[in-house]
Design a protein around this ligand. Structure first.
Ligand SMILES: NC(=O)c1ccc[n+]([C@@H]2O[C@H](COP(=O)([O-])OP(=O)(O)OC[C@H]3O[C@@H](n4cnc5c(N)ncnc54)[C@H](O)[C@@H]3O)[C@@H](O)[C@H]2O)c1
Length: 364
């Protein structure tokens, strides 16, 4: 793709102004790299609410109306419900817009390829944003592992507890499309939020050659099936093994400014370990990163451990990319396919009783 960086602020449009707009917008506010020219959502209530952030932007009910308006758009910040990603992204690439898409990319490999092909055909950049890779405690965790201070990496695990109490309000309309995703076997814990955990695994230790999974279900009625208890294990091509457990604790109150996920990452080396204690919520109120080696524990108390900052930095990174061409994109469409294959391998393994599945071999 012959991408030429812009020598002026990028003209951007927000497509979808729902819950996660509140965090994605942080990369755009007070950012000289961008001029927000339009906001799009079929909900008038949302348009009116978000217009307050961008009084000079034009507001539309659909991307098609924006495209027909004559307003010049360079890039779209796409915050659509997952089921709308494939058609929406393909449509917007057709308008000649670069795309910064929320995760998960899509539900299957066919739709992923369709979007990648559309980006190639229109010679536009397609990014599938991954804000966790911009969360400072996780960046320091990766740097710690790569520094050799823990010795050789012996293994690692991730933990996630989904709770139903605390955090910010999520509108019922957001749950409606999530329930449709559940019915398709793309649950909110393993696939939607889990996308981030699988991303961090690939980012930390590279390609994966085998996945083994035991994906459970807890039903709350009316189609609300949560995909836990779940355990997923894998081996990277470099031999490092990882595992991730997902547990439901519906009545557990979790203090959080955002969603109620209690999360941790812990890497063990031959000489020590490093642990990120929290991310989205405020679970363990210790330093966000702790590193133990040679009989001493070091706590990192001054990291930017507000989860929202990862959205700010991911958004700024994208807009800088468009201005300078400086990557890496984190992620490209092809890298997002690696995350998708990881998830699909977990589903395939679980369906076959937990046997090892190579993500490169999955279809569908
Ligand atoms: N990175 C993260 O941690 C994170 C967290 C939450 C959600 N997300 C992702 O962000 C995306 C949006 O999630 P959300 O929670 O904001 O959903 P939401 O349901 O709150 O908001 C979606 C918005 O899109 C609007 N919309 C629907 N059809 C549209 C169309 N054709 N054109 C324009 N707008 C349209 C809806 O009216 C709604 O306002 C999803 O892909 C989701 O997986 C990511």
């Amino acid at each position: 793709m012959a991408f030429v960086p812009y020598d002026r602020p990028v003209r951007a449009a927000f497509i979808g102004l729902g819950r996660i707009y509140d965090l994605n917008v942080r990369g755009y506010l007070d950012n000289p790299d961008v001029e927000v020219v339009a906001i799009v959502d079929p909900s008038e209530e949302r348009r009116v609410q978000r217009q307050a952030d961008w009084p000079d932007a034009a507001a539309f009910a659909s991307a098609a109306e924006l495209a027909a308006s004559g307003i010049e758009v360079d890039a779209a910040e796409v915050l659509l419900p997952i089921p709308l990603h494939p058609d929406g992204v393909t449509e917007m690439l057709g308008y000649g817009w670069h795309i910064n898409l929320q995760k998960p990319f899509c539900n299957d490999l066919h739709d992923a390829q369709r979007m990648i092909d559309a980006a190639r055909a229109s010679d536009r950049v397609l990014r599938v944003m991954e804000n966790y890779l911009f969360y400072e405690p996780l960046r320091r965790l990766k740097a710690t592992a790569e520094s050799g201070g823990l010795g050789a990496i012996a293994g690692y695990h991730m933990k996630m507890v989904g709770s139903g109490s605390g955090g910010w309000d999520v509108p019922w309309s957001s749950f409606e499309w999530q329930i449709k995703q559940m019915a398709l076997g793309r649950g909110i814990l393993v696939f939607d939020d889990g996308w981030h955990k699988l991303s961090t695994a690939l980012w930390l230790f590279g390609p994966i050659r085998e996945v083994r999974a035991w994906i459970g279900v807890t039903s709350f009625g009316s189609g609300i099936d949560l995909d836990a208890p779940t355990v997923i294990s894998w081996e990277h091509e470099n031999g490092v093994r990882g595992s991730w457990d997902i547990t439901l604790a519906p009545d557990l109150y979790l203090r959080s400014d955002y969603y109620t996920n209690d999360e941790r990452w812990e890497i063990t080396g031959t000489r020590g370990f490093a642990r990120v204690n929290r991310c989205t919520g405020r679970g363990i109120q210790q330093p966000a990163l702790e590193v133990y080696a040679d009989g001493e524990m070091r706590g990192y108390h001054a990291l930017d451990d507000d989860w929202a900052s990862s959205f700010r930095d991911s958004g700024r990174h994208w807009l800088r990319y468009l201005r300078t061409g400086e990557g890496p994109l984190l992620w490209t469409g092809e890298q997002a396919v690696d995350v998708l294959r990881f998830a699909l391998a977990a589903y395939a393994s679980s369906a076959k009783g937990g046997i090892g599945v190579d993500p490169a071999e999955v279809t569908g």
